[in-house]
Design a protein around this ligand. Sequence first.
Ligand code: DGI
Ligand code: FE
Ligand code: FE
Length: 318
Amino acid sequence: MVYIDKMNNKIKDLISDIGIDRYNHSLRVIETAVDLGKIYNADIKKVKEAALYHDCGKIGNTDEVMKISIEKNIKLTEEDKKSPEVVHTKLGAYLAKYKYHVTDEDVLNAIKYHTTGRADMSFLEKIIYIADYTEPKRDFPGVKKVREESKKNLDKSILTALKNTINYLKSKNEYIHKDTINAYNFINENRRSDILKENTQKDLKTLLEAASDKKAYNFKLIDISKISSIADYFLICSAGNTKQAEAIADNIVEKMSEKKIKINHKEGYRSGKWILLDYNHIVVHIFVKEERDKYNLEKIWLDGKDIDVENFGIENWS
Ligand code: DGI
Ligand code: FE
Ligand code: FE
């Protein structure tokens, strides 16, 4: 019972600090954050704690928050001083620690960065950021899209939310906190490389299917991205004879160009017994069998990572 009393006192303190409306907002953030936490397998106890206290620093209006923060000697950066709306996050992290006895650093950081985000946010920070942005009573422009995205791709939803916030702040001629900019740049950069990776996987599938359709066999797919700057992948395959090698090459070029992917260059060696198709990120080698044995190209790339083409739904026979 002592525990419940203590808990009630903390809740009473929180309500008297932030008011019943903001407390109810925090409950909705808990609800949203827990839903997301379940989707992405987060630590639900931490999620609840961070969501409950995320706005505990919002005691009064921005001037009051600023005044109390200065009184409590909370370190405010020049950036914070130029973005008074953000200061409740710093006061919040302080009160969470010293008044509500939150000890977990990750929870304290989720509170501290819930408004701006920052570069390289932790998983918990991301969940609290997006739950605060999308709780059911939020109805600003664009929130629906972010809400839907958040259930499928957390980073993508944060990027959209950050974009919206930056545009909103610009339209009001407000200062954009460096943490907001850093959060945006960091996630944007990561997303860009994720998209490139996804596209490469799609291209590999197109190539493999086109080759397989024309009876290419004995595929060897090697990820060389870590060991060479020539390309990300080498795809080697065999053909029955030169005519077949040519048919495989033609079909690859055709299917790739249907997907609007242009070839960088094509070369034929040893009167068509070895055809090379260079797509920059992927280089394809089509060999007539004897030629493949002779050059044994795969040996050169031994330290690359072998990828099973069956992952792409291709049956590989040798
Ligand atoms: O505390 P909440 O109302 O639940 O929401 P919040 O913590 O996300 O705060 C939103 C406010 O913070 C809103 O008025 C926009 C403002 N804000 C968000 N990012 C920045 C910012 N203000 C400035 N000046 N700079 C920012 O980067
Ligand atoms: Fe807030
Ligand atoms: Fe909030």
